[in-house]
Design a protein around this ligand. Structure first.
Ligand code: DGL
Length: 257
């Protein structure tokens, strides 16, 4: 098969990366997609760097074995832990990562703080520190680690009292002051945006990096002459390390949201 018409491989620690792949499908509907969620090992954000690196390499190998023409690491945590490593290991393959959309947040030019919600690992790693260096002198940026949020979403809990109480308790200290923008720096979190708006003022933009990452993916494929030439809608294959019926039906629910 012509490599152009091979699938684009997506990977996340679980179901979160579907929030990014949905945007890519919207932008490039004729491409084929293969998604691997490592729900068996989620959450990654509270694991050691070594563990996340090993799991990321396993996931990339799995996608390449299935002929992926490019890899999207649709996980902020795996990107911060392993993107340099995998780009070095798989030099021939276009590899696109994701990071908290701080650059986009400042473009809103709003008064008040910028709150970045992400996993403890994403907020601790060098990559994020470098990103912050560009902005923290001029903006009031608050890093808000939400270690348990991935677990809620992996269990299919994207609304309801328990989740709302958890989010309230996380955000309460910052609600007294003006919030400018909230950045969802974990690909699972866009699925709880609606619940977040029960807590945060409706005028506060709650943004994520899904669209930006998909545009970057398209740009990279174009540059390498790897965009599909098919003219009908592509196929989407979803794989998960936890092959349970519940996880598969959760994936179907989230991708159709
Ligand atoms: N979706 C992953 C991210 O963007 C969640 C990581 C985790 O499993 O903790 O960071």
């Amino acid at each position: 098969m012509d490599i152009k018409n091979s699938p684009i491989g997506f990977f996340d620690s679980g179901v979160g990366g579907l929030s990014v792949m949905k945007e890519a499908i919207r932008l490039m509907p004729n491409e084929d997609y293969i998604y691997f969620g490592d729900s068996q090992n989620a959450p990654y954000g509270t694991k050691s760097l070594e563990e996340v690196r090993k799991l990321t390499i396993n996931a990339v190998d799995l996608l390449l074995e299935r002929n992926a023409k490019a890899i999207v690491v649709a996980c902020n945590t795996a990107t911060s832990a392993a993107i340099d490593l995998i780009r070095h290991k798989y030099k021939e393959v276009p590899i696109i990562g994701i990071e908290p959309a701080l650059k986009l947040a400042v473009k809103y030019n709003r008064k008040g703080s910028i709150i970045i919600m992400a996993t403890p690992m994403t907020l601790r790693e060098e990559k994020f520190k470098h990103l912050m260096e560009n902005y923290d002198k001029d903006y009031n940026i608050i890093s808000l680690p939400c270690a348990k949020l991935v677990e809620f979403i992996e269990q299919g809990v994207i609304e309801g009292k328990d989740l709302e109480n958890y989010l309230k308790q996380k955000l309460e200290p910052y609600l007294v002051d003006e919030i400018g923008v909230i950045v969802l720096g974990c690909t699972h979190y866009p699925f709880v945006r609606k619940t977040l708006y029960n807590i945060v003022d409706k005028n506060v933009p709650i943004i994520d990096g899904g669209v930006g990452t998909s545009q970057e993916l398209k740009r990279r494929l174009e540059e390498k002459g790897l965009l599909t030439d098919k003219s009908q809608k592509g196929e989407v294959v979803i794989l998960n390390s936890n092959g349970s019926k519940e996880t598969i039906s959760l994936c179907e629910r989230l991708i159709n949201m």
